[in-house]
Design a protein around this ligand. Structure first.
Ligand code: ADP
Ligand code: MG
Length: 374
């Protein structure tokens, strides 16, 4: 009797399954951009250009001058769980990059109309190779050549087209989504300043569909949204991005404190070593407490761990609370980099990698509050 019944639970086909899990890695325009820019930084780029077409609806292109991709890696570059940044789970506590799961390119392939990579390494430049990838991240063509200096260009066209509902949503909210992506890119424009190794040049532009006619010939309108020359200090970057007026309203933030780490607690229990604390350094700028700078929004709050933008909800809340005790009317501008020593935090991240959970976050927030009261 059992054999005459048809089974109702069936295995999903590989592409559908891949598309669904990818939708959790790249949830919106902002996460797509974050993944691509992180890849460029991980590749040691000192210059990154982000080109949107039609607010990203048409395409998103990230051009860098990083190491490029070696030809031996072409076939696996966009395969799920293939990464050059981590080879075993144990490495997780020591990685310094935020790319380590090998999911971003694979997910973007599954979620886009098309993904193309143009890349050249120091040994192939000035000749670059064009890789066309299919939905499963496999290389469908590697025959294209172009003139290219060392570095990589990733072009994502028709993002979310394979997910019609999400695509519709993106089309409806394209300008707002673009605004969020720009705000994230502002954070990256501040990054170099929290790094010792100087500045990354960042240029962000958007080209609107439809052409303008100049002297009888058609030109598309590409407008620069953001440009930094790789400033060497945080204050210089803030001034470049928002003008010297903004800078006048800020004071420097410079804190160092000890937090107990879970790892050190374990170590103490096991081996009885004295090393139970880790030093956390917080550097950046925050609105003057007494000042009415007329803004009360959270869109100018930028937090970094070891120079990488991330959202730390509890820490952000703590900054707002501390600030409110001085100035009830508004939330502050904050740009703060947390330098955490290796092993004091694990990079436990939400699937979209926007929220980072640190072992000692509660501890850190408490210490921050106590420090601020002094
Ligand atoms: P992950 O960053 O987690 O390793 P990704 O899917 O983002 O995974 O990228 C896969 C691999 O492709 C990376 O590990 C890296 O080797 C290579 N890669 C991606 N983008 C770039 C780039 N802009 N420059 C050089 N290599 C890149
Ligand atoms: Mg990555």
């Amino acid at each position: 009797a059992a054999s005459s019944e048809t089974r109702s639970i069936k295995a999903m086909d590989a592409l559908s399954a891949h598309r669904i899990t990818s939708g959790q890695v790249v949830i919106d325009l902002q996460t797509a951009v974050k993944e691509l820019v992180e890849n460029s930084l991980d590749a040691g780029a000192t210059s990154i250009e982000v080109r949107f077409k039609d607010h990203g609806l048409d395409s998103i292109e990230v051009i860098d001058n990083g190491t490029g991709i070696a030809s031996a890696d072409y076939d696996v570059v966009a395969l799920k769980h293939h990464t050059s940044k981590l080879s075993s789970f144990e490495d997780l506590s020591s990685v310094t990059t935020f790319g380590f799961r090998g999911e971003a390119l694979a997910s973007l392939c599954a979620l886009s109309g098309s993904v193309t990579i143009a890349t050249a390494t120091a040994s192939t430049a000035p000749v670059g190779t064009i890789l066309e990838l299919d939905r499963l991240g496999r290389v469908s063509s590697r025959n294209g050549k172009l003139a290219r200096q060392k570095g990589t260009t990733v072009t994502i066209s028709g993002i979310f087209k394979p997910l019609p509902v999400r695509r519709k949503e993106f089309e409806r909210n394209a300008k707002r989504e673009f605004g969020k992506a720009l705000n994230l890119l502002n954070a990256y424009a501040l990054v170099p300043c929290s790094h010792e190794n100087g500045g990354v040049r960042l240029v962000v532009s958007n080209q609107l569909n439809g052409q303008v006619h100049v002297h009888g010939s058609a030109h598309s309108r590409r407008s620069v949204q953001l440009r930094t020359d790789g400033c060497t200090s945080l204050s210089a970057s803030i001034s470049t991005l928002w003008g010297p007026k903004t800078l006048e309203n800020l004071v420097e933030l410079d804190l160092a404190f000890e937090v107990e780490t879970e790892k050190s607690v374990l170590r103490r229990q096991n081996a009885g070593t004295t090393e139970t604390y880790a030093t956390v350094v917080v550097r950046g700028m925050i609105s003057k407490f007494t000042l009415n700078c007329g803004r009360s929004t959270s869109d100018r709050q930028f937090l970094f761990i070891n120079g990488r933008p991330c959202s730390l909800t509890k820490v952000q809340k703590a900054f707002n609370e501390i600030y409110r005790t001085f100035n009830a009317a508004q939330a502050p501008f904050v740009a703060a980099n947390f330098t955490l020593p290796n092993g004091s935090h694990d990079i436990n991240v939400s699937p979209d990698k926007r929220t980072i959970f640190i072992h000692s976050e509660d501890n850190l927030v408490q210490t921050l509050k106590v420090k601020a009261k002094r």
